[in-house]
Design a protein around this ligand. Structure first.
Ligand SMILES: [Fe+2]
Ligand SMILES: [Fe+2]
Length: 169
């Protein structure tokens, strides 16, 4: 039973709510990526994660800019989805002894995060379009393209990293 009235009673409020969750997500990712970079062995993987950490810092800045414009302040609402995916990534690092198997696990964990972000940015970009916030839609689309690109790079690295992991004793 719901004792509290639902407060997301417009697309604009839902838009802000989703942006605040993405802000939380990106902030969590900026903290998680350095640990993944540290535990990765493949130099291509380390490099790709490092590049995406820099891009992710840009994603945080874009959201700050958008939230400031939309509501005059930058608030965060804990993103439970990304928190769970980050925990999965930490678990796979703990549970793997072989370096190449760990790399394959880190790639899988990172790609889950990218796909979550792609879904979330696709949704808010569409909301921005419908709400007539063209500038927001452009910024959100730039981030969406960087998430897709990061995912594509990881797929390429997985091609060789997974074969290497398969040879682990
Ligand atoms: Fe991101
Ligand atoms: Fe990302």
């Amino acid at each position: 039973m719901n004792f509290f009235p639902a407060n997301l009673d417009s697309l604009r409020k839902l838009y802000v709510d989703q942006l605040e969750q993405l802000y939380s997500a990106e902030t969590q990712i900026t903290k998680a990526l350095p640990k993944m970079i540290d535990k990765a062995t493949d130099p291509h993987l380390k490099n790709a994660l490092q590049t995406h950490l820099q891009e992710t810092e840009g994603h945080v800045s874009r959201l700050e800019r958008i939230l400031n414009q939309v509501q005059g302040s930058v608030d965060s609402k804990k993103c439970k989805g990304i928190a769970a995916l980050i925990t999965e990534g930490e678990d796979v690092i703990k549970d793997t002894a072989d370096e190449s198997v760990r790399d394959a696990g880190i790639i899988a964990a990172a790609q889950k995060v990218e796909h979550y972000e792609m879904a979330a940015y696709g949704a808010v970009r569409t909301f921005a379009d419908i709400l007539g916030n063209e500038e927001d839609a452009t910024l959100l689309n730039q981030t969406l393209e960087e998430e897709k690109h990061a995912d594509m790079i990881l797929t390429g690295i997985a091609d060789t990293a997974n074969v290497k992991a398969d040879k682990a004793a």
